[in-house]
Design a protein around this ligand. Sequence first.
Ligand code: NZQ
Ligand code: ZN
Length: 386
Amino acid sequence: MNNFEFKNPTKIIFGKDTIKNLEQEIPKDAKVLLLYGGGSIKKNGIYDQVKKALKDVHVVEFGGIPANPEYAKLMEALNVIKDENITYLLAVGGGSVIDGTKFLSAAALYKGDTPWNILSDNIKTEKGMPFGTVLTLPATGSEMNSGAVITREETKEKLAMGGPGLFPVFSILDPQVVSTIPERQLANGLTDAFTHVLEQYMTYPIGALLQDRFAESIMQTLIEVAPKVMKDPTDYKATSNFMWSCTMALNGLIQKGVPTDWAVHAIGHELTALYGIDHARTLAIIAPSHYKFNFEAKKEKLAQYAERVWNITEGSQEDKAHAAIAKTEAFFHELGIDTKLSDYTKDYKDTAETIYKRFKDRGWNGLGEHQSLTPENVKEIVEMAY
Ligand code: NZQ
Ligand code: ZN
């Protein structure tokens, strides 16, 4: 096992009817900017619960943060923060609203020329404006980690940022919010969380027995609850396990002391930036090709995953490893998620070349757990995913 440090300061408030606890979490003298997305919270009662809990606090609102939070829109919110002397941010939404809020937390205290540099120069945020979240969509784990991904439509870029100053102070996770999530977003959430585990697991054995079993148990749980969540998003037993699995998949715990990959995400972000494909679906497009391309380097863990997660006991190590890739793809298909780029766009022929050039320009020469994946390799992986 590798050496590691682990600190996660986010307070989690989990369970039925917990949104009202906001009242105790936000300082009474705070001037709060309440951030939300396209308006789902106004239809499903979450907005009303939040407003009720904040009735004694000064609250300014900013809505309209789109899926794949957009830089230009967030800059409007930054002006509100400055004009209104906001001291505390509250994200009510899924990964997009939470990530947008993280960007604002960093940008509000940023002293440099333009906040875009936080993304383009990958500046780590040591201290941000404090913020809390009310999670409305289990998927990204953003509610308990310090990362964010921001999109800039103008340049068709989607870049990551983060730093120890960007953990939420608290996050409220009430699984009852899942009941109004559309099928497409439920499938996305399951796929995104599942792939988060894969990115931190599908590397090479390093003797981290506990981390492996944490990872396997999250995947097993997601596989078990997926059909139940899809069939009935009011099934509390299923949705509470779904929600907690998504948080645990990317709150830092399972990646401690182990090698991580993250190439599927790096490539996937380009597909969202270029074609607007939902984040989770880009992962389902890239992951199977990525594992096939890097088969030799990953076959031991692929075979372990085959045995422990998919109960594949027949055949050689290689047979099991191949079967595991097929099972993973079939799992995505069962969720209604297509796994080829050509299923999403007719315009895909230059994609591999475009991504190759972008990675080359950015100097991304060593992706993956061995830092050995070149832009040329990435090009091949994307071509395999056509
Ligand atoms: O905008 P509204 O109207 O609220 O509707 C949203 C949105 O259209 C809707 N929704 C959310 N909760 C709902 C609901 N509809 C009905 N009932 C509810 N309770 O769902 C739609 C999608 O929301 P979004 O926040 O975009 O989804 P998700 O949570 O999947 O977030 C995706 C974003 O997170 C980034 C992705 O790149 C993408 O930009 N990621 C962030 C990560 C992180 N910070 O750690 C890691 C991930 O790998 C990912 O990259
Ligand atoms: Zn993801």
